[in-house]
Design a binder for this molecule. Structure first.
Ligand SMILES: [Zn+2]
Length: 282
């Protein structure tokens, strides 16, 4: 089996709303999705012969919309549940739908659940995700913000804890299929502690870009061999197995301070507009 370049955590903000002053001139949502799909295919096929991207929803359906646009823009594609594979001659670009859930104890990343996870407490969300066949990942663990940012989060009706702490990692260590030890939107200082906990608690460590733009997809990625893309279940099984195989080659770099600030400001601004009803999701 060929080696795949894997980035399991990307958001593609363009698929959910019309343009704002953060991301360019307004277009109709459909136009945005079409151009997003074309850019994403180009990015995937130019990166490697075999690639995998996790397209992650928040409380929206950007993955579904992206999948539809990807299918419209390719001649050869195959979908099995949450897995969409697009082929171009001898190359294959795979996309796996996922969800990032804001629980009471911080975000939880779930890949390939049969339907949306609706629980918003960490324990229930983990159990529900498992029942729905999802891969459960602690994303950007240990990253939390100070009182001022917490107040801002409450303003946009978001739980004030952004990430699970060491305590929750330990409590649910047997349930997590993996934890992020590198996330493109965090600074390097978290990595060392995450690495140690991944080792101590025996939770496989993975690296993702957490990108919100096509440009940022694969900016952090893993090289993984032995993934089985024949259908969704085989892929999920092989991912869980390969998470435990070390050493793993991780490529990429953290976003610079400007990009991180832009990401925070854009996420906050978007949520503020949505929560006040000034901008409608489509
Ligand atoms: Zn994310």
């Amino acid at each position: 089996m060929t080696k795949a370049i894997v980035d399991l955590h990307a958001h593609l903000t363009d698929a959910i709303h019309q343009g704002t002053w953060f991301n360019g001139k307004p277009h109709t949502p459909v136009e945005r999705c079409e151009s997003l799909a074309r850019q994403l295919l180009k990015k995937s096929f130019s990166t490697a012969d075999s690639t995998l991207v996790g397209i992650i929803d928040f409380d929206d359906h950007r993955a579904e919309r992206t999948f539809e646009a990807l299918k419209r823009n390719s001649d050869d594609s195959k979908q099995d549940g949450n897995l969409l594979s697009v082929y171009d001659e001898n190359k294959a670009a795979h996309y796996l739908k996922g969800q990032e859930i804001p629980t009471n104890k911080g975000h939880l990343l779930v890949l390939g659940a049969k339907s949306d996870v609706t629980s918003r407490t960490l324990r229930d969300a983990i159990n529900e995700a498992k029942d729905l066949g999802g891969i459960v990942i602690a994303d950007h663990p240990l990253f939390n913000v100070g009182p001022l940012q917490q107040a801002a989060l409450r303003l946009i009706k978001h739980p004030s804890q952004l990430s699970v702490t060491a305590r929750e990692l330990y409590e649910f260590k047997d349930s997590f299929d993996a934890m992020e030890i590198m996330n493109g939107n965090l600074s390097k200082r978290y990595t060392r502690k995450q690495d140690l906990l991944s080792f101590d608690y025996d939770i496989p460590g993975i690296a993702t870009s957490d990108s919100h733009t096509v440009d940022g997809v694969f900016s952090v990625n893993m090289e993984m061999a032995n993934l089985d893309f024949s259908d969704e279940e085989s892929l999920k099984d092989s991912l869980k197995r390969e998470f435990r195989r070390y050493p793993r080659k991780i490529n990429g770099s953290y976003n610079g301070m400007t990009e991180r600030l832009r990401h925070t400001a854009a996420s906050f601004y978007e949520n503020l507009l949505f929560s006040t009803g000034l901008v409608k999701k489509f």
